[in-house]
Design a protein around this ligand. Sequence first.
Ligand code: GYE
Length: 308
Amino acid sequence: ELAVQGSNGAGQPNARPIVLGFSQLGSESDWRKANTSSIVEAAKEAGIQLRLENAEQSQQRQFEAVRSFIQQQVDVIAIAPVIESGWDPILREVRQAGIPLIILDRLVEVSDPSLYITFIGSDFYEEGTKAGKYLLDKMSDAAGPVGIVELRGTEGSTPSIARGKGFRDALKERDLLRVIQSEAADFTYKQGKEVMRSFLKAKGKEIRVLYSHNDDMALGAVEAIEEYGLKPGKDIIIISVDGTRKAFEKMMEGKINSVVECNPLLGPNLMQAVNELMQGRTLPKKIITPESIFTEAMAEKEVKNRKY
Ligand code: GYE
């Protein structure tokens, strides 16, 4: 058997289990719920003791959770940060305490990247690019200008920033495709529906395409479009991100046209990283999840494979 060299004796045979403090940013979407479950299950499986705090979208509450993990002297801290900015001081507190830190899902923007050990998550810019390329292809025959509306996620969060940028960069090729309205709807069903309503009120039939930064907002928007009397997926082409089962079901009905995958099942990767850290191994700075894109044609075949 492999000899395990954990600090504090944690992780060694017959020693106390590794304690992981995880600050989850919230429970705003189906993606998030699947992410939390994946982490809870993977911790159990790995025999890692998990202390989980849900910040309900408040960065301040994330700071408090991290401080409590420091006080409890956990072995490793993991954070899924709600927004990118503002993390420098608290990350320095973690370093001061000598606790290794993993950033999960979204990124932090810090002056000193050595403040965290590794980032585990997706390439959101690539996701935006995939959405844009799908649209270029779908609209290759369009003659007149194509009005696009965009439902952005949480302001200042990595997935929202990068999905917006990747999408726009992909569309640069054709100036016929224009974003005519863009607003943050915080990744929630409720706000997605409300903001789509306001887009329709302002622009009506000018809207030919909806690009939504996640499925929950897209599902809310589908409702708003139907209430307005238009056909989602036909009158308005819909592209979304995540790939939840619910979005696949709408795609099977032809009400969503394409979904870019973003995998929330990061639990096993996180536990593996924690174990390796405790064994004194060096981790890569980024651990990126491979992902796909799905369209209506594949929805029926793929829906049964969805795990979230
Ligand atoms: O796409 C969205 C969730 O950070 C990648 O957050 C995650 C995003 C995900 O609310 O559904």
